[in-house]
Design a protein around this ligand. Structure first.
Ligand SMILES: Cc1cc2nc3c(=O)[nH]c(=O)nc-3n(C[C@H](O)[C@H](O)[C@H](O)COP(=O)(O)OP(=O)(O)OC[C@H]3O[C@@H](n4cnc5c(N)ncnc54)[C@H](O)[C@@H]3O)c2cc1C
Length: 419
């Protein structure tokens, strides 16, 4: 049949919008990207790119750039708050995958994508200061209407064959389809996300989670450059249950966090190999962001328009899968475009593949995903375990870990099949 020759508009130049632009460009599809902010800056803190997304990013020729800046995560370990091991598993290359798992600064990843888009697609395909407002469509085309973000209220319109809403958790396009949806769904957990440069812990490339559903610490190093200097640029997340803090539910990545709001909760914690209070006190930055997601929706594709990434399926960070699932969306849509056919059918087929899969992951993450093992120990441990928890049988823990990998599509078998 040959590649579908439709031309597209991508609303949102975030991680998924830019990944999609690179993937479509690689098969010769023309796209224009419209981003609301006047200038893309390296914002945020740490994220994880799991092997299924790295395999795809490698196909886009980004592996070398990622290796230069990111940390190749060697293992993931769950601990109780007193530092006793619950479950440890190797990750990425150490686990026998052909590609690494990367822990990376979101801003570093965003800049890698932006540079690649500018180099490969050219300067004149990204339009900053363009906030999508609404669209019209008919049998022939879709026209997206934009206003400027900087207050000048200038308006412009662009017509193409298809429109992708990759405009994040507060997606305008999603709001047009679901006007009554309201704000994101709050989990009852508040997250303080920080970064601290200090001496490395464990092997300098390990990710860990400690605690349980009411109080948790997650940490992983994210910058290779820091490691080369004998230091570790550690991304950490202090998580506390705060069901009644209504004012703090606002999903604003620029909201600053204050040390005093959570530091003392961890005063009695002792992991042995990491000074938690030092980690917190020496933070370079702290952001306060609630753990939120969106309810799964019954339809993503409406004629020539569809949703992608967080706009389609914003999920809790449990399982570290958010951005990886967005990369998979972009690659599946691109695969279907390459197969060819009618654009309306391709947009429907994209949803048919990706919506059920991501719905299952979003719902599993609401049950804390693979992190469930920590709460199992909290509830079942009689307090007599040694350095390693034996209170929950190993097979049960392994069952949780394996089931989540399969569900999210990063078990080794699934990866081999998708090649
Ligand atoms: C500033 C910022 C910081 C973040 N920091 C972290 C972090 O530290 N850790 C983490 O796990 N996740 C973070 N995220 C979320 C993370 O990037 C997403 O969960 C995930 O990567 C999915 O990517 P996405 O492209 O779907 O969404 P995003 O990466 O959120 O990208 C959406 C893009 O759409 C743009 N946009 C929004 N509305 C419009 C509109 N009307 N018209 C045009 N463009 C629009 C936004 O400016 C943004 O660039 C952050 C997101 C943002 C925007």
């Amino acid at each position: 049949m040959g590649v579908c020759k439709a031309e597209g508009i991508i609303a949102g130049g975030g991680l998924v919008g830019l990944t999609l632009a690179l993937a479509l460009h690689q098969i010769g599809i023309k796209v224009k990207i419209f981003e609301t902010v006047p200038d893309i800056k390296p914002l945020g803190v740490g994220i994880n790119l799991l092997p299924h997304s790295v395999q795809n990013l490698a196909k886009l020729g980004l592996l070398e750039e990622l290796e230069k800046v990111a940390i190749k995560t060697s293992s993931l370990t769950y601990y109780s708050e007193d530092g006793k091991t619950i479950w440890r598993e190797p990750r990425g290359i150490a686990a026998g995958y052909e590609v690494p798992q990367f822990s990376i600064h979101r801003g570093d990843f965003h800049m890698i994508l932006l540079k690649a888009v500018r180099e490969r697609l050219g300067e004149n395909v990204i339009f900053m200061n363009h906030r999508i407002d609404h669209f019209d469509q008919d049998e022939e085309s879709v026209t997206a209407h934009f206003t400027t973000h900087d207050g000048s209220q200038k308006q412009s319109s662009v017509t193409a064959d298809f429109l992708i809403g990759a405009d994040g958790i507060n997606s305008r396009l999603r709001k047009l389809f679901y006007p009554g949806e309201g704000p994101p769904h709050y989990s009852g957990q508040m997250l303080w996300r920080g970064v601290t440069e200090m001496e490395p812990y464990l092997d300098g490339t390990s990710m860990f989670m400690a605690g349980h559903n009411d109080l948790k610490l997650v940490a992983y190093p994210i910058r290779a450059e820091s490691m080369k200097r004998g230091k570790s640029y550690i991304n950490w997340i202090a998580e506390r249950r705060m069901p009644s803090d209504l004012n703090s539910r606002q999903a604003d990545w620029n909201q600053e966090g204050v040390l005093e709001e959570f530091r003392s909760d961890f005063e009695d914690w002792n992991l042995g190999w990491l000074d938690i209070q030092k980690l917190y006190k020496n933070a370079i930055s702290i952001h306060k962001f609630p753990m939120i997601d969106r309810n799964p929706i019954p339809q993503w594709t409406f004629g020539r328009v569809t949703l992608m990434g967080d706009a389609a399926h914003a999920m809790y960070p449990n399982g570290s899968n958010g951005v990886s699932q967005g990369v998979l969306d972009a690659m599946e849509f691109t695969r279907l475009m390459q197969e060819g056919g009618d654009i309306l059918e391709i947009l429907k087929a994209y949803e048919a593949d990706r919506r059920p899969k991501t719905t299952k992951i979003s719902l599993a993450n609401r049950e804390t995903g693979p992190e469930r093992v920590m709460q199992m120990v909290k509830e079942q441990c009689p307090g007599t375990c040694g350095d390693v928890h034996t209170c929950v049988p190993r097979e049960k823990l392994e069952e949780v870990a394996t089931a989540y990998k399969k569900l999210a599509g990063f078990d080794k078998e699934s990866l081999k099949k998708s090649g």
